[in-house]
Unconditional design. Structure first.
Length: 303
């Protein structure tokens, strides 16, 4: 890499994040966006004095060693070997493409006064907590937790997604007489169709669907196929991309998921799985750039 500054060093749970600002434009005629160009996430470590001392330093090179450690060569001080695994490094260009996809996928509706709240199961328990917040704020709404196992949760939970999410909802104080579990669904279409059958709404009712942030546009396009007469409102944990990626999974799997879901949204209307959605050209271009960079693990052929 070319010269760059470490503009921030911050603790993040059991990890440390080094925020890097690309300073190339200060030394050449080439243009560069201002702001943080990337972030290196170091796992299983704490914010030591040695790491904290990197802030304000000027990097000339970063070497990723075979043993998983980072060797950071500094222009203004001695080289530093970081004794912690580098679990993620998302360069600035990749982050900008990912932010464009996030803006497309992660669009929430106002929830209004729902007759029911449908919580779509997944790997992310923050969805269950968002559904619990809504259920407690709207005590007249019936609540369905839906999901058997999907691409992301086979082998993750000992019980079904619905049972795991239902436990969170119950522990958060949602009464059992309001809470129903749907344990058969293995995809978004089934989540919606099977919840429709449980609730028995005939049309006009307001139903809030709670899902992952990056799945909201897919859910919004799928509801009209399986439950066309309701007033569907889609929401999720209200997080930025960076906030959402601050888990053990990191950002890379989230980026792969967003890229793969764009493929599905382009292909699924012809299969009858969802209604057509206009995908802006710049979003498609960002997805292609991310696929070219290797973020293709959730494509249609990948499952």
């Amino acid at each position: 890499m070319h010269d760059a500054d470490i503009v921030g060093v911050r603790a993040d749970g059991d990890a440390v994040v080094l925020e890097i600002n690309d300073e190339w434009s200060a030394f050449s005629d080439e243009s560069s966006d201002s702001g943080i160009a990337g972030a290196i996430r170091l796992g299983a470590t704490t914010l030591t004095d040695g790491l904290a001392a990197l802030e304000g330093g000027w990097i000339s090179d970063i070497e990723f060693r075979a043993d998983g450690r980072l060797h950071i060569v500094m222009c203004d001080r001695e080289a530093v070997v970081v004794d912690a695994p580098c679990v993620e490094w998302i360069p600035g260009e990749i982050r900008r493409h990912a932010e464009m996809l996030w803006a497309f996928h992660a669009r929430s509706d106002e929830v209004g006064e729902p007759a029911a709240i449908v919580c779509l199961g997944s790997y992310d328990l923050r969805v269950a907590h968002r559904a619990a917040d809504l259920a407690l704020a709207h005590p007249a709404a019936r609540v369905v937790a839906t999901g058997a196992h999907g691409n992301w949760t086979r082998g993750l939970f000992e019980a079904t997604e619905a049972e795991v999410f239902g436990k969170v909802l119950a522990e958060r104080g949602v009464p059992q007489d309001r809470l129903m579990l749907e344990t058969r669904a293995t995809n978004i279409g089934e989540n919606i169709a099977f919840s429709r059958d449980i609730l028995g709404f005939t049309g006009g009712e307001a139903v809030v669907f709670v899902t992952k942030p990056q799945t909201q546009t897919r859910v919004r396009a799928t509801v009209p196929v399986h439950w066309p007469l309701i007033q569907a409102r889609i929401t999720a944990p209200l997080l930025t991309l960076d906030d959402y990626g601050q888990t053990e999974r990191g950002l890379a799997p989230v980026i792969e998921e967003m890229v793969g879901d764009l493929e599905r949204m382009a292909a699924y209307p012809a299969r009858g799985f969802q209604v057509p959605v206009e995908i802006p050209a710049q979003v498609l271009a960002a997805a292609e750039a991310l696929k070219a960079a290797g973020f293709d693990g959730h494509g249609l052929r990948a499952g």
